[in-house]
Design a protein around this ligand. Structure first.
Ligand code: HEM
Length: 120
């Protein structure tokens, strides 16, 4: 389960990076059908597997402080990712958004591995 979760997380980050690179260079290629569907499937599976493990190990946000911080950081990753691919109006803003999203991913992974709060 944990291995699947980490594989899905790596795929999610790789697909986001690929879409960011396409948006900067060949935005019309982002219309490809597989690029509209696959990232959502991967991200949904990542979430579902995360929630299954949360219940399995009774690591509930609100009760387990590092889990609260991890989930908040995941929400920030999703928002900065959305900003990068949809809201940012030029490539400078996209680069800033991408770096921001990567910062949140690093926090998510760090908090998951140390099981200790970093910011909160
Ligand atoms: C960007 C998204 C995510 C990344 C990069 C990520 C990364 C990780 C990593 C690296 C671990 C393994 C920690 C270890 O070494 O034991 C882990 C474990 C875990 N993750 Fe995630 N995760 C993400 C999203 C989520 C989400 C959305 C949830 C819940 C809804 C979640 C719930 C969990 C749980 C419950 C564990 C098990 C903790 C344990 O080892 O006891 N993760 N995650």
């Amino acid at each position: 389960m944990l291995h699947l979760h980490m594989t899905l997380a790596a795929l999610s980050i790789a697909l986001f990076t690929f879409r960011f690179a396409l948006k900067m260079t060949n935005p019309e290629k982002l219309q490809a059908r597989w690029l509209k569907i696959t990232p959502h499937v991967i991200d949904t599976l990542l979430f579902v597997v995360g929630i299954i493990m949360m219940v399995q190990y009774a690591l509930y946000p609100g009760q387990v402080p590092w889990m609260t911080e991890k989930l908040l950081a995941v929400v920030a990753y999703i928002f900065t990712g959305y900003y990068t691919l949809k809201l940012a109006r030029n490539n400078t803003m996209r680069i800033i958004g991408y770096l921001g999203a990567m910062g949140w991913v690093i926090l998510v992974a760090r908090v998951a591995m140390t099981k200790q709060n970093f910011l909160l």
